[in-house]
Write a protein that binds this ligand. Structure first.
Ligand SMILES: Nc1ncnc2c1ncn2[C@@H]1O[C@H](COP(=O)(O)OP(=O)(O)OP(=O)(O)O)[C@@H](O)[C@H]1O
Length: 393
């Protein structure tokens, strides 16, 4: 972008362009002097580093400028610099990286490649690769609950498949219990008869039972913390150790009219962390009125795959995900930090092979809930059309 001009001029030009973005987004403090003339205090640009692949700016906000202005106006940087940017930072100091090229468009899942990287994690969530080719992961104990959103074909299910498969390979059944609810009835069949999986259900009434069971676990765990005077289940004595519980609900929007389920989810996402209970929710259409605001604010990580429009990306808090064109690509928001990531591509047949060693005979599966076929009206599950009607919002 700036490579044919001398370095100093390059930097000045780059600064001027960034200032244009501040202007366009009105990212400054404004006051009037005695003569009525407007005086603007812009963010201070401390550093401009230009190299072959990208230009990196470091800037700080003037005291008094609301940091929300930056998250709200993130789109301006894209309008000025183009789509390949990354903005990180909080409160005062921010780093903006402007890349010359888009990212690699594929990253094939290979557990051997991932194994060493996630080794220090107790409950590792592998997100994918960033634009520097680094594997991005985090420990769910630090950021306990995830929202995954994206239109059909965007790569949500593939991401869920690899997240769950990785956890199954990494943790023993004595360390991890998985509870899966698949409102679309399409995704979680490959996890049947896996020893870690204690529930794999599709009907609303079974999802309710499953949540009741997890709530009971939650109460028991709270009591244990009380009895042993510790703040986290990891600190319980060895003979009292409890497995982590991960509840994953695919297309949970279909349950939105179930007040009882929503209440339980609010409770789980509010209190789960210390009790070793974690939640992953996925949805095709992240629209405000289908996502309870309390639940939304308890979900610390959002993975925004391709969504339909700005309204949906705003609900996800992943601006720019409406412009994604590559399957498996997403923007990840972790408490305000935004990273563009390509998720690992784990194909169905490969996942089946990886899961094979963890399968047990059906009679040995200790699922807490047996799936029952629908019998009468009280088992009727909402369909997508029941929830959304036609395309209107
Ligand atoms: N990480 C990835 N890398 C490359 N291609 C991918 C990746 N994830 C998904 N794809 C491609 O996109 C297609 C759709 O992916 P996926 O089924 O995960 O989408 P989805 O969002 O779950 O859609 P739906 O809601 O309809 O199930 C896959 O069949 C695959 O071809």
């Amino acid at each position: 972008m700036f490579s044919n001009i001398k370095p100093f001029i390059n930097k000045m030009n780059a600064k001027t362009i960034l200032k244009r973005a501040f202007d366009a987004g009105q990212i400054y403090l404004s006051a009037r002097n005695n003569g009525g003339k407007e005086l603007r205090r812009y963010p201070k640009i401390h550093n401009v580093d230009i190299n072959q692949d990208f230009t990196r700016f470091v800037f700080t906000l003037p005291i008094g400028l609301d940091p929300k202005e930056i998250s709200k106006k993130g789109f301006v940087f894209k309008q000025v610099f183009g789509p390949h940017i990354e903005l990180t930072g909080e409160i005062k100091k921010y780093t903006l990286e402007v890349y010359k090229m888009g990212m690699e468009i594929s990253f094939k899942y290979n557990f051997e490649e991932i194994r060493n990287v996630i080794n220090p994690g107790k409950l590792p969530i592998v997100c994918g690769k960033n634009r520097h080719g680094q594997i991005i992961w985090y420990d769910m104990r630090d950021l306990p609950h995830i929202l995954i959103g994206g239109a059909t074909g965007s790569g949500k299910s593939t991401q869920l498949r690899q997240l769950l498969t990785t956890l199954i390979i990494k943790l023993k059944p004595s360390e991890l219990e998985l509870y899966l609810a698949d409102c679309k009835k399409a995704e979680f069949h490959i996890f049947r008869n896996i020893e870690h999986v204690k529930g794999n259900v599709v009907l609303t009434k079974d999802i309710k039972k499953m949540l009741d069971h997890i709530s009971t676990q939650m109460d028991e765990r709270s009591n244990l913390l009380d009895v042993f005077g510790v703040a986290h289940i990891d600190d319980l004595p060895q003979d009292q150790k409890k497995p982590y519980i991960v509840l994953c609900i695919d297309e949970f929007v279909m349950l939105r009219k179930e007040a009882n389920i929503m209440e339980k989810l609010i409770e789980l996402t509010a209190l789960g962390r210390a009790l070793g209970i974690f939640v992953i929710l996925s949805m095709q259409r992240p629209v405000k009125d289908v996502l309870d605001t309390t639940i939304r604010s308890n979900l610390n990580v959002a993975m925004g795959f391709k969504v339909r429009d700005k309204i949906e990306s705003r609900v996800m808090n992943t601006p720019g995900s409406e412009d994604i064109t590559v399957p498996g690509r997403f923007f990840m928001d972790t408490n305000g930090d935004m990273t563009e990531i390509q998720s690992p591509f784990l194909e169905l047949e490969d996942a089946k092979k990886l899961l094979e060693p963890f399968k047990v005979a059906p009679q040995d599966v200790k699922e807490v809930f047996e799936e029952e076929p629908p019998q009468n009206d009280d088992t009727k599950q909402l369909t997508y059309d029941d929830v959304f009607g036609d395309d209107d919002r």
